[in-house]
Every structure is written in C-alpha cells, then in structure tokens.
Ligand binder design. Sequence first.
Ligand code: C5P
Length: 250
Amino acid sequence: MSDDSRPSPAQSRTAAVIPAAGRGVRLGPGAPKALRTLNGTPMLVHAVRALAASRAVSLVIVVAPPDGTAEVKSLLDAHALPDRTDFVVVPGGESRQESVKLGLDALPPDYGVVLVHDAARPLVPVDTVDAVIEAVRAGAVAVVPGLPLADTVKEVEPAAAPGDPEPVVATPARSRLRAVQTPQGFDRQTLLRAHETVGDDVTDDASMVEQLGERVVVVPGHEEAFKVTRPLDLVLAEAVLARRRLNVGF
Ligand code: C5P
C-alpha cells in the first residue's frame, strides 16, 4: 500500500463491528435473535461486553435492525459497559454482509485493525479475541479463530425437496477442516477492499478476503465461542454462564 500516513496494524487502534441486524428465524418466533436474553441479559449485550473485555478494543460499532436502532442504543445505555470503550449504533441492511459494510462505513480513520463479530456468539472468551488481534498486529491481513471438527463432513448434491436422499459428492479429509468462528480480524484496508470488490454471497468476511487472493490464517478458536442458532443453544449458553459464575465465585 502506498499511503505512508496510514498507521500500520501493529501501531493502530482496534475496533469491533458487531452485525446484529438478523431476525434469527431458526431460534423460533419472538424477539430478534440478538435481543433474546441469556440469564436476563440480551445476547447482544453479552457479545458487546465480550469484545469490550479486550483492552485492545477501544470502539465497538453495533449494527442494529434498521427499525431497532433507538432500542439498541437504549439497551446499551441501560447495561454496564467499560468506560474506556466507545460504542456506536448504526442501522443494518438486508444481508449480513451489507450490515457489516454499513458498520465499516462508521469506522473513524485512525483504526487500522477491525474485528467482525457475530452478535450470535455472545460468549467468546477474551483470550480468543486477544489472540485474533495479536495475529493481525503481527502482520496477518485476515485471521479467523477455528476448531477441528468432531463430525466427518460430506459434500452432497443438495436435494430438490427437503428430506430426499442427497448423493454424496466428496468427503474432505477431516484433519484438514476447521469450523470457523468469530471475531474474525482484519487489516482495515484489506477488509474495505474486499467489501468494495467482492460480491456478498458469502457467509463470512474472511472468505471475501480469500477471494481477493490474500492469505487468511486460522488461529485456535474456543468451544465457548459457539453460535447461538437453535433453541438448544440457548440452554447451552445459559449453562456456560452458570459455570462461569461458579468459577468466579459470585
Ligand atoms: O443469520 P446468521 O446467523 O448467519 O447471522 C450472523 C450474524 O449476522 C448475526 O449476528 C445477525 O444478527 C447478523 N445479520 C445482520 N444483518 C442481516 C442478517 C444477519 O447483521 N441482514
């Protein structure tokens, strides 16, 4: 990159964008997923706290449902958050990637490292957040936390009708697969370039950077960074919180 006035990732500040504009239909009817509560606190507040727990993160940009920006702002105001972190709420878009782009549009110039974190992963441990930031500061342009898989994965020819048998096309070697989580961490310019040039038919931001031909690396993820998707995940998330409370002793 030719602009020498731009801070390098090693020196510059870190912001987190949290897309939280999805409806979360797989959880069943009710409030938008990010506003569902875990032990009485909205999932989004857990996610914001999880990112702000990192001392490296000085700004959190929450992307809210377009009709729910005021509600999300007052939600953040109503819950204790660290003073050293700034919080901004912007309205989201039709797709996850559009929501992320709208969050990136709100990023001030002096932030060279950007994390993108799903509100649906409310319990990511701070050590995982810090490991991602460290890897970007050390020079990686795109970093994703990931875990080895317990299940063998088959690639299939998807059935025309739900429930029909699906022919198997391939079985990738499980030892080479990782299930990736968030926060995904990026050099700011690389992520902006990806969002400007790559179509948004993707399920994560790192794959957009891959499509640019840039190198993406995986660092160890954490089982508590799982995505709350189905009703059973809410039970698991509350169990994790209960275990944490026991360990902390209050
Ligand atoms: O639907 P999925 O679980 O993949 O959504 C991942 C994240 O993207 C969620 O945190 C969701 O709130 C967010 N999202 C968004 N804007 C959309 C759709 C999803 O911010 N239009």
